[in-house]
Design a binder for this molecule. Structure first.
Ligand SMILES: *Cc1c(COP(=O)(O)O)cnc(C)c1O
Length: 408
């Protein structure tokens, strides 16, 4: 191979992305020239900043089929999830105290629900099937008289599994229950239409679509129905009272530009990303035995690939892969070695969850990098398996499930 490859190879686009250079260029004047406070109404510095923010709001809205007024900027999707869930729960407290969500949601959703549960709300956690999917029927069965909110993520951050959002949205609309979706992983990656999908609230983040970190938004529907929520940060009444605080103008300008690029290039980017992902998947699964795909084969984000390598100890695999920046099924919740709760909820045992790798491909991934990754994985999986007594038994044709392990 003649091309030089820069290591570590970045295959963690679901965690964050480099900022697109076009986005950086667009942001720079807003640090040093157009530096006004977008809330300053008395001079041109403020007006220019406000105009830049409103232009960005239009771009973000356009990407999801929303009205600009329905976009409230936040510090990121963690805050958006908190605002949506706690804000709606608090506003509708007298109407009901039941919330429905799913076991595989992001911690920002699960922990917001847990917080409410400790203060008197009732939370139903739906289970998922082996592909990580819930059905609209499961949601229908869980809805009660006192249900005020259903929160189901658009696409899972660990596996890329895409939930049946339009079906769940239609159901919630029929039953007059508000529907929130954490769409961080889907935003800018696949088409989203908040009208057609009957989404009432939606959390999105900028740094997963090649914009800067520290800015996100909450879509809050204004018509049919008009969604109200109790703000969680009080102050000057910015963002229609939904979220006070001086706006991060340069980052919001970046958010707008990142949204424009994602919208205009989406069709081509889906095709390119999916082709690279399929290439990596087919080579790894074709050239290494006993590899399991975690997540559905269809209904998948284009850039996600989550695989388990049987008969390998996850930690040693990760140590051997220092040249690749990726996530593992045991390192997702910070430093803990707990196996991924998402994979566990899909029915994987601890061993398979521990030996899983999440590789996410993005705008700047090159095929030569994937070739390098395949060769590295082939080498290390083989080496580690040779050290495994289980692998030896499998090679001898012993069915591990038939063995009576001694109790301890
Ligand atoms: C990254 C992510 C978040 C958190 O977004 P931040 O903007 O980093 O706070 C929430 N939900 C999902 C599904 C994510 O992938």
């Amino acid at each position: 191979m003649t091309t030089t490859i820069k290591t570590p190879i970045y295959l963690d686009y679901a965690a964050t992305c480099p900022v697109d250079p076009v986005v950086v260029d667009k942001m720079i004047p807003y640090f040093t020239e157009t530096y006004g406070n977008a809330a300053s109404r008395t001079h041109p510095y403020g007006w220019a900043a406000e105009e830049a923010v409103e232009n960005a709001r239009v771009e973000v809205a356009k990407l999801i089929g929303a009205e600009p007024k329905e976009i409230s900027f936040t510090s990121g999707a963690t805050e958006s999830d908190n605002l949506a869930i706690k804000g709606v729960a608090e506003y509708l407290r007298d109407k009901g105290k039941h919330i429905i969500t799913v076991a595989t949601e992001h911690k920002a959703v699960l922990d917001s629900c847990k917080y409410l549960e400790l203060r008197g709300h009732d939370v139903t956690l739906l289970s998922v099937d082996n592909d990580g999917l819930v059905s609209a029927q499961q949601v229908a069965d869980a809805i009660r008289e006192d249900t005020v909110l259903v929160s189901v993520m658009f696409a899972n951050n660990e596996t890329g599994a895409i939930q049946p959002i339009a079906d769940i949205g239609a159901l919630c609309h029929d039953r007059k229950v508000l529907f929130h979706t954490d769409a961080v992983q889907a935003f800018g990656k696949i088409p989203i239409d908040v009208q057609a999908m009957n989404i009432d609230l939606m959390s999105i983040s900028d740094h997963k679509v090649y914009g800067p970190k520290g800015v996100g938004a909450l879509f809050v529907r204004r018509r049919r129905p008009r969604v109200r929520l109790t703000p969680q940060i009080h102050g000057g009444g910015h963002e229609r009272g939904n979220r006070s605080g001086t706006l991060n103008v340069p980052a919001i300008v970046g958010f707008g530009e990142a949204s424009r690029i994602a919208r205009e290039g989406m069709t081509a980017e889906i095709a390119k990303t999916k082709e690279l992902r399929d290439y990596l998947r087919d080579r790894l699964m074709g050239e290494i035995s006993h590899v399991v795909l975690n997540g559905p084969r269809e209904h998948m984000l284009p850039g996600h690939l989550n695989l388990s390598f049987e008969y390998i100890e996850g930690e040693s695999l990760l140590m051997a892969l220092k040249d690749i920046a990726l996530s593992s099924g045991s390192a997702c919740t910070s430093a803990s070695l707990e196996p991924s709760y998402v994979l566990r909820a899909m029915g994987l045992n601890d061993e398979l969850a521990h030996s899983s790798l999440r590789m996410t491909i993005g705008r700047f991934t090159k095929r030569e990098e994937l070739d390098y990754v395949v060769e590295l994985l082939k080498k290390h999986v083989e080496r580690l398996r040779e050290m495994s007594p289980l692998w030896e038994m499998v090679q001898e044709g012993i069915d591990l499930n038939s063995i009576q392990w001694s109790a301890h």
